[in-house]
Design a protein around this ligand. Structure first.
Ligand code: HEM
Length: 155
């Protein structure tokens, strides 16, 4: 395809324009995935499924708890699975916005740096919600960090 950035010389304006457009689209997709993840977290809470996977980071000591699977286990397990995806994408996109900082608005790598800090904190708090048996302060901090992370994930 003539229009993909791989067909332009690496430092041409067309190449840098394509890179920044691709990054903006990816960051926007990350925000949509985060929104979905927050809905899943809320469903986990409403369905009283916060401890449906009693251990962490695995669930019943395995990556896929097929033998124990029911709606509650699915919600908690799927919330963690999507959270791993969102966390990984945040790290990768954050790294890419630093790598391509010359062709991006200055604020974007900084905002993505904040997003990385928040998603790491959210992962730790997610683990603590389970190991501390849904302690009120931890669940509230997990909710608060999720609400803070969402606008950051929009870049
Ligand atoms: C980017 C990552 C994450 C986001 C944005 C996120 C977001 C949320 C949200 C919005 C809720 C609903 C909270 C409430 O209604 O009080 C929730 C619940 C929950 N999350 Fe996450 N979460 C993330 C990662 C994780 C991880 C890695 C775990 C690992 C175990 C986890 C475990 C839980 C649990 C157990 C609940 C249910 C708490 C309860 O039943 O009271 N979360 N999450």
């Amino acid at each position: 395809m003539a229009d993909t950035y791989s067909s332009y010389p690496a430092s041409s304006p067309a190449h840098t324009g394509e890179v920044s457009r691709w990054l903006f689209r990816s960051v926007f997709s990350l925000a949509i995935a985060t929104f979905f993840l927050m809905g899943l977290g809320s469903a986990t809470r409403v369905m009283n499924a916060g401890l449906a996977c009693p251990d962490w980071p695995l669930c019943y000591g395995t990556v896929l708890p097929a033998a124990q699977m029911n709606l509650q286990v699915f919600l908690e397990w799927f919330h963690r699975l999507v959270a791993s995806f969102v966390g990984g994408m945040t790290l990768i996109l954050g790294g890419l916005t630093v790598w391509y900082r010359q062709v991006l608005p200055q604020w974007l790598p900084r905002v993505m740096g904040g997003a990385i800090a928040l998603v790491l904190m959210q992962g730790i708090l997610g683990g603590l919600t389970v190991t501390e048996l849904l302690r009120f302060e931890v669940v509230t901090a997990h909710l608060g960090t999720g609400l803070l992370f969402f606008p950051y994930s929009l870049g």
